[in-house]
Design a protein around this ligand. Structure first.
Ligand code: CS2
Ligand code: MG
Length: 408
C-alpha cells in the first residue's frame, strides 16, 4: 500500500484551519489538522516543501516509522511549526488505519473507558455581572463545567479573553482586521486583589456542583502564582490554568508548596520533553497538550501514558484554535484514556464549520460522545473549503500599565 498524494488547505469560517488530506493507492484517504493560530501559513509550508514530497510512496500503515522518520530525521526538530506538521501527518495516518480496520480509533487504542467525556465551555464577561450572565447561559445549555474570565475594574483595556463590551462573546481570540495586534493592558496587583473575590461570588451564585475553571494565561511570577493559588483555594476550582510562564518547568514548585489548588498547564507544549519534569515531579494535575502541535496521536498517547503513572489527568487544549479533525482525534483519546480529566470544547456547532467538517461526534449534556464511524469519524468537504481563503490576523499583545511588554 502506498501514499500517492497529499494536499494542504488553509482557510475556514472565521478561522484559518490548516487541513491535510493524504491519498492512497487503495482509494482510502486520511485527514489531519496542522492549524497553528496566527502562524497558519508556516506549518502549511513546512508540509508542502519538506514533508509531503518525502511522504509520497511511503506505506501509510507504518505510522510509527513515518513519525520517527520526520521527527528524528529532522536535525532541527521540535517546535510548534514542525510538530504541527508532523502531527497532521500522524492524525491522517491513524485515520487511514482506522478506515482499513473498519473501526473507530478508540477501538484501536483499547476501547472505551467511558460513554461521554466531560467538557467545559468558555464564559466571559466585560465585568462580573456580565460574566454571571455568560455562566448562566452555559449552565442552561447543559454544561457542568465552565471556564470563567472577566474584566478587572480599573484596568484600562480588556485583559485575556475578556470582551470589551458587555454582552459580547470572546471565544475567538484572533482579530482578523490585520496583522498588527491590538494592545491589552495587564495589571498584576489589581488582578490579584480582585479575582479571588470574583471567583468566590461565582461559586456562591452557582453552588457547589458547577465545575469552575480559570485561566491566568502565563501572567504571574512563581511567587505571585503561589499567593494567588492560596487565595483562590476556598473557591474549590476544578483547575487553575497556566499560572506561570510555560517555559519554566520548575516554576510550579513554589505554588505546590503553598497550595493544593489543582493546576493545569501545557497548551503551548510541543513534546514530552516540555512536560516530563512537570509530570514526574507531580507538579501538575492536568496536562493540556493538543494533538495538533504536540506531534499527533502517536506522541500525545505517550504523554498521556507518562501522565497516568503520576496521577496527572488529561485536559486537552480545545480552543477554537483547532479544527474538528484534531478535536475528533482528541474525542477518541478521551473515550479511551484511563486518566481522562476534562476536554475544552468550543469548536462544534457553527453551521459553516459543520458543513466543512461533517461528523457524528456529538455534544450532549456537557459531554462529548465520540463517533462510531471508522477512523477519526470526521470528513472534509473540499467544495465548501473552496469558499474560504487565508485571512491574516493576530492575537493581541499585552503591556503592563507603564508600557512594558508582558506575556500574552
Ligand atoms: C486559551 C487559548 O483555550 C485556552 O485555554 O489559553 O484560547 C489560547 O489563548 C489560544 O489558543 C491562543 O491561540
Ligand atoms: Mg489556556
Amino acid at each position: 500500500m502506498k501514499i500517492t498524494d497529499a494536499k494542504v488547505f488553509v482557510g475556514g469560517p472565521k478561522k484559518n484551519y490548516v487541513t491535510l488530506k493524504i491519498m492512497t493507492d487503495q482509494g482510502v484517504y486520511g485527514l489531519g489538522d496542522a492549524t497553528l493560530n496566527n502562524r497558519e501559513t508556516l506549518p502549511a509550508k513546512y508540509l508542502q516543501d519538506y514533508l509531503v514530497p518525502n511522504l509520497i510512496g511511503m506505506d501509510p500503515r507504518r505510522s510509527e516509522d513515518i513519525w520517527q522518520f520526520f521527527y528524528r530525521g529532522a536535525y532541527f526538530r521540535r517546535g510548534p511549526i514542525a510538530m504541527a506538521a508532523v502531527g497532521a501527518i500522524d492524525m491522517a495516518l491513524w485515520d487511514i488505519k482506522g478506515k482499513l480496520a473498519n473501526m473507530p480509533l478508540y477501538q484501536l487504542f483499547g476501547g472505551k473507558s467511558r460513554d461521554g467525556a466531560l467538557c467545559y465551555a468558555h464564559a466571559t464577561g466585560a465585568d462580573l455581572e456580565d460574566l454571571m450572565d455568560s455562566v448562566a447561559h452555559y449552565v442552561e445549555a447543559g454544561y457542568r463545567a465552565v471556564r470563567v474570565q472577566c474584566g478587572i475594574p480599573g484596568t484600562p483595556s480588556a485583559s485575556y479573553a475578556v470582551p470589551e463590551e458587555k454582552g459580547d462573546v470572546k471565544n475567538y481570540i484572533t482579530d482578523y482586521s490585520g496583522i498588527r495586534p491590538k494592545v491589552e493592558t495587564w495589571d498584576t496587583g489589581k488582578y490579584m486583589r480582585y479575582m479571588p473575590g470574583a471567583l468566590m461570588e461565582i461559586r456562591e451564585r452557582f453552588g457547589p456542583d458547577l465545575e469552575i475553571l480559570h485561566d491566568v494565561h502565563h501572567r504571574l511570577t512563581p511567587r505571585e502564582a503561589a499567593e494567588f493559588a492560596k487565595a483562590v483555594e476556598p473557591v474549590g476550582l476544578f483547575w487553575l490554568e497556566d499560572p506561570t510562564p510555560a517555559e519554566d518547568q520548575a516554576a510550579l514548585r513554589l505554588l505546590r508548596q503553598h497550595s493544593t489548588v489543582p493546576v493545569a498547564i501545557g497548551e503551548v507544549f510541543n513534546s514530552i520533553h516540555d512536560c516530563n519534569r512537570l509530570i514526574e515531579e507531580e507538579l501538575i494535575d492536568y496536562i493540556r497538550v493538543a494533538v495538533t502541535y504536540a506531534g499527533g496521536i502517536t506522541h500525545v498517547k505517550r504523554i498521556v501514558d507518562l501522565a497516568g503513572l503520576h496521577h496527572v489527568r488529561t485536559g486537552f487544549h480545545g480552543a477554537p484554535s483547532h479544527s474538528p479533525i484534531s478535536m475528533a482525534a482528541q474525542a477518541h483519546l478521551n473515550a479511551w484514556a484511563p486518566n481522562f480529566g476534562i476536554q475544552e470544547y468550543l469548536v462544534l456547532g457553527t453551521p459553516d464549520c459543520d458543513a466543512l467538517f461533517p461528523s457524528e461526534h456529538r455534544m450532549m449534556g456537557g459531554m462529548v460522545h465520540v463517533s462510531d464511524a471508522p477512523g477519526l469519524g470526521v470528513d472534509f468537504d473540499e467544495g465548501e473549503a473552496a469558499r474560504f481563503e487565508y485571512q491574516p490576523g493576530s492575537h493581541p499583545v499585552v503591556r503592563l500599565t507603564d508600557g512594558t511588554m508582558w506575556n500574552y
